[in-house]
Write a protein that binds this ligand. Structure first.
Ligand code: ADP
Length: 159
């Protein structure tokens, strides 16, 4: 059983994240999508809201599981018998941060591999912050997020 972990804030999940998760899940027996909790960032969606939106977005995909974690991702990977971490790369600007994280994770546990995947071209410009801004200002976000996320965002901002 080859298991891979896809960590992130996912506040909220969008089609770029889903593209990476679905492609990685084709290459591995199981993918665990891990929502990072208790970060210094203050997310718009609570931990449980983010998990629920991910589960709904990926319902029907049997080999993707969703979990939360607060701690070192290498510890989560090891305790779940996974072999690698997958991260998405959009631009050169992502590379510097991802490279530092990968090197740190390698130093923390050299047995855990870091893998990177680029999304389909149509998702390259997506990020959760911009999607939230567009949604807050009433713009159309239906091409960027699953329907459940679109509804949840409009609901947040209509209060
Ligand atoms: P972070 O984990 O840095 O807080 P996110 O939760 O937004 O950021 O992203 C989780 C992972 O998904 C990261 O590897 C990030 O590079 C990747 N990602 C974010 N947006 C996209 C996108 N549009 N296409 C592909 N990968 C993405």
């Amino acid at each position: 059983m080859k298991r891979i972990v896809y960590p992130g804030t996912f506040d909220p999940i969008h089609n770029g994240h889903l593209d990476i998760a679905l492609k990685a899940a084709e290459l591995f027996d199981e993918l665990i999508l891990v929502v990072a909790v208790n970060q210094e960032k203050s997310p718009l969606f609570s931990d449980s809201e983010r998990v629920e939106l991910i589960k709904e977005s990926l319902s029907g995909v049997k080999n993707i599981k969703v979990d939360t974690f607060n701690g070192l991702i290498v510890d989560f990977v090891r305790s779940n018998d996974a072999v690698a971490i997958i991260r998405g790369l959009r631009h050169v600007s992502d590379f510097e941060f991802e490279f530092q994280m990968a090197m740190m994770n390698f130093n923390l546990n050299p047995n855990i591999k870091s893998m990177f995947m680029m999304p389909d071209e149509k998702y390259i410009h997506l990020n959760s912050t911009v999607i939230k801004d567009v949604g807050r200002l009433g713009g159309n976000i239906s091409d960027y997020v699953p329907k459940c996320v679109e509804d949840a965002l409009y609901e947040k901002y209509s209060v």
